[in-house]
Design a protein around this ligand. Sequence first.
Ligand code: NAP
Length: 473
Amino acid sequence: MKMLLNSKWVDRDRKIEVCDPFDNSVIDTIPASDEKDVELALDAAVRGFEITKRMTVYDRAQILYKTAQIINDRLEEFASIIAREGSKTINEARKEASRCVNTIACSAEEAKRILGETISWDSFPGGEKRKGFYYRFPIGVILAITPFNDPLNLVAHKLGPAIAAGNSVILKPATVTPLSAIKLVEAIVEAGFPPMGIQVITGQGSKIGDPLVSDDRVRMISFTGGVEAGKHIVSKAGIKKIGMELGSNSPVIVWKDADMQLAVESCVSGAFWAAGQNCIGVQRLLVHKDIYDEFKTRFVELTKTYKIGDKMKEETNMGPMITETEAKRVEEWVNEAVSRGATVLTGGGRSGALYEPTVLENVPDGVKLHYEEVFGPTVNLYPIDNLDDAIKEANSLPYGLLAAIFTRDVEVAFKAAYELDCGGVMINDSTDYRLDSMPFGGVKYSGLGREGLKFSLQEMTEPKVVCFNLPGI
Ligand code: NAP
C-alpha cells in the first residue's frame, strides 16, 4: 500500500514487508519513509490546515457520516485486513470494525456539539460595556501515532475527532499493522475529505519519530502506545499539546458475593482478548478467599476450552501474539515467575508466535509478570481477605487505566469506585469494557488526557475569546 503525502498516494523504493504473524506470509508492503518525507508531510499538513479550518461543521460531519457508511458497507473487508495483519481472530476483528463505524459516526455527531459560552465581562470593575463570548477553534496540525493492537479503531479515535474539530492530521500508524489504518484513510478521502488535510506517513517510529514529534508545526501529539515510547516522545516534543494513551496492568477484584458465572466468563474473555495484547486486558485477578477455589477451578476449566491457532477460522478463540519475539518475551516472564515460586495452572506452552492462554497463582511481587504490563495472554490469581487489601494491591503499581470489581453489594462497589486509583472503574464487567464515547484514559503512567469522542474534541480544540468594547451602549 502507499502513503498519502501532499494530496498524492506515493510509494518509495525502500519498503517494509507487512506479515501475517500466524504463518509469516507477506501480505503487502509499505514505503519506508525518510526525513524528506517527514518534511513533505509537515509542509503539506500546514497547507492542509488552511483548508480544513475553513470547512463548515456540516461538511465535516457529512464526510464523517459517509466514511462510517463506507466502512459499514465493507465491514468484512476491513475485518479480514485487521485479522491478517495483526493478532486478532476474524471474530475479534469484526467487532473492531463495527466499533470503528460507531467511532466515526459519533465523531460526526460531536462535530455538531462544539460549543462556547458568553462571558459576564461586567463581573469585575473595568468590564462595563464589554460583550463577548468564547468558541472552541481547531488547534492546527495533529500528529497521530498509533499502536498495533487495535489497528483500525484506535486510528479512528484520532482521525474522527481531529476531522470533526477542523484540524489537519499526520498519521503514523504502527509499522507492523499499517494496512487497516491506510484503508481507513482511503475511505475518508473517498467520502470527500480534502486529501491535503490528511497525511499518512509509514516507517519505523524510532527513525521518523523524532523529526515529527519535535517539529513546531505540529500543535498536538495524540499518542497511543507503550510507556517507553511515550516517555521518549514527551522528552522530544517541546511546547505543544500532548495526549498520551499508554499501558496498564489491570486489576479486577472478585468479591465474595460476585455472580460467579458472569465473573468467570468476563474475566477469561478480558484476559485473553487479542491474545492479551490489550491495554485494558485483565492481568491481576484479586479473588475473595471464600470463593477462591471455586473461581479458580471454573476459570481454569473455561480457559482450557480455548481454541488457539488460525485467526481466519470461525471457531478460533485466540490467535498468535504479534511476533515470535513477543511470545518469547512472555515465555521468559512466565519462566522467571515460576523460578521464583509461581504455579502455572494451565498453559505456559509456546509454538512460534502462539502462546497458550496461561493462568498462574502464587506469583511473587518482585517479578515482571506481577509489576510490569505483560501485554500477552497470561493472568495471575491472588486470594484476598478484605477489600482494603485488595484496593491497596490494585493501586500499588504505577499504572491506572481501568480497574474492575464484581460484587452485588452497593457499598462495596461504591468504596471500590471511589478508592481505586485509575481512569475508570467497571462494576460487574472486567476491565476489558470500553464504550467508544466514554471518557477513556488513565492516571499515573497510563496516560495524560482523555479520549472518547466528546473528550477528544475538547483536547483537539482550544477556546478563543472574542470581546467587544461597545462604549455606545
Ligand atoms: P509502541 O511500541 O509504543 O508503538 C506505538 C506507536 O509508537 C507505533 O506507531 C510506533 O511506531 C511508534 N513509536 C515508537 N517509538 C517512537 C518514537 N520514538 N517516536 C515516535 N513514534 C514512536 O506500542 P505498541 O507495541 O504498538 O502497542 C502496545 C502498547 O500500547 C501497550 O503498552 C498498550 O498498553 C498501549 N496501548 C494503550 C492504549 C490506550 O488507549 N491506553 C490502547 C492500546 C494500546 P513503530 O510501529 O514504527 O515502532
